[in-house]
Design a protein around this ligand. Structure first.
Ligand code: FES
Ligand SMILES: [Fe+2]
Length: 416
């Protein structure tokens, strides 16, 4: 276990004086505050759908996002005209849930209740019985749309018409990582978990890296380096409501490093080491650092491992040298969250790469329960009365920033 007396690399709270407090009141995680977030934040911002344009390439392909937070379920569908749209999964007749599928291909969406039928662009095409409704105009009874825009092929939506375009909302953060070869990465696996914790207690657990040498010391014993035993960030940048943390790693690490002989080969088996590193032999030229946009590995340090990008409010994107992980944290209630984890890798071109990706997938799956172990525990004693706030170190400023942005949005909505 590393020495905890080490000094933080960056004095982030003095670089960002607008983040005034490193004390986080526990009220931010409680029901009353959550109800305000549900009403005043989530319906008013751009949200990531968890899908990409390439998931629904052909006309009629669709996927469904259940959204209990906003009392709805959404269908994202590529229309006959090639455009991706989002609709409430709600029949316009008497409100039956239109499709129970998670994804698929449709020529028409047909309601099971009375067969009202919609095309892939949301238009009402068939409406048994509607001839008896005086002055019925079927143009008024298409599917109710939400606003959809794409960024680097990631599908975002907004429930209420947003004040800013998606590009404006993602701002300088979006520009700084645009151009990364996201399109070369394919979904390899996806996990969903219902977690008994507030969505921000969960997200907080993924906004700092210095828990890695402690919480993950068994699963990733070689993550830290002797010069940086706490695995403190190379850089933390706040950009509007979004934030990034650039994470270092021991380059000899089985999990994090980019090559060399692992110092951990006595702990993890040589076979594990070889399996993981097979992927590193593969040449995917587009993932060489010299092609990265400025927001990926922003410090250009050689001991870089990956960047955490927190896109406000609830999307998390980790960009690594040759893969990415995305997490969506979907609140269900103040103390329950659906966690949607997606792992993307380049298309494996041979058996070695397949094995390597499988090995890394399994290692991620084994590490994530360690992260989960703290969040439900924290939630369980949140109302113990033991403390009324959390206190943050310099490397935890992204947590303070998340709460700061939320507070600002709620204050602004009070003035409206
Ligand atoms: S509720 Fe859908 S057709 Fe009647
Ligand atoms: Fe972790």
């Amino acid at each position: 276990v590393p020495n905890t007396e080490s000094i933080s690399k960056g004095k982030y709270f003095s670089i960002y004086p607008e983040i005034r407090s490193r004390k986080i009141p526990l009220d931010y995680y409680r029901e009353e505050y959550f109800e305000r977030e549900r009403k005043e934040i989530f319906p008013k911002v751009w949200l990531n759908s968890g899908g990409r344009g390439q998931d629904i390439q052909a006309a009629g392909e669709f996927f469904v996002l259940p959204l209990p937070l906003l009392n709805t379920s959404l269908i994202f569908c590529r229309g006959e005209d090639g455009t991706i749209r989002g609709f409430h999964n709600v029949c316009s007749h008497r409100g039956n849930k239109l499709t129970y599928a998670k994804c698929g291909t449709a020529k028409r969406f047909i309601c099971a209740f009375h067969n009202w039928t919609y095309d892939t662009q949301g238009k009402l095409r068939g409406a048994p019985g509607a001839g008896s409704i005086p002055d019925f105009n079927r143009n008024d009874y298409g599917l109710s749309a939400v606003t959809v825009e794409l960024w680097n092929d990631f599908i975002f939506f907004a429930i209420s018409p947003p004040a800013k375009s998606l590009k404006e909302y993602l701002g300088t953060w979006g520009e700084s990582v645009s151009g990364f070869p996201f399109d070369k990465l394919k979904l390899v696996s996806r996990y969903r978990a219902e977690v008994g914790a507030n969505w921000k207690i969960m997200l907080d657990a993924f906004q700092e890296g210095f828990h890695v040498p402690f919480l993950h010391h068994k699963s990733q014993p070689d993550a830290g380096e002797s010069e940086n035993p706490l695995a403190l960030a190379l850089d933390i940048t706040l950009q509007g409501p979004h934030g990034t943390l650039s994470f270092p790693a021991n380059q000899q690490s089985v999990v994090y490093g980019r090559g060399g002989e692992s110092q951990a080969s006595e702990i993890t088996s040589p076979a594990t080491h070889r399996l993981v590193n097979w992927n590193k032999e593969a040449s995917h030229e587009e993932f060489e650092q010299k092609y990265f946009p400025p927001g990926v590995n922003p410090t250009r340090e050689s001991n870089w491992s990956f960047d955490i990008n927190r896109v406000y409010p609830n999307w998390w994107l980790a960009i690594r040298g040759d893969h990415m992980h995305t997490y969506s944290f979907w609140p269900v209630s103040h103390d329950k969250t659906i966690w949607d984890v997606q792992l993307y890798y380049p298309v494996a071109s041979n058996v070695k790469e397949h094995l390597s990706q499988e090995m890394r997938r399994v290692r991620v799956r084994n590490t994530l329960p360690e992260d989960l172990s703290t969040v439900e525990g924290t939630q369980a004693v949140l109302n113990s009365g033991a403390r009324d706030h959390f206190v943050l170190t310099d490397d935890e400023i992204l947590i303070a920033h998340l709460h700061h942005v939320g507070d600002q949005m709620l204050a602004d909505s009070n003035h409206n």
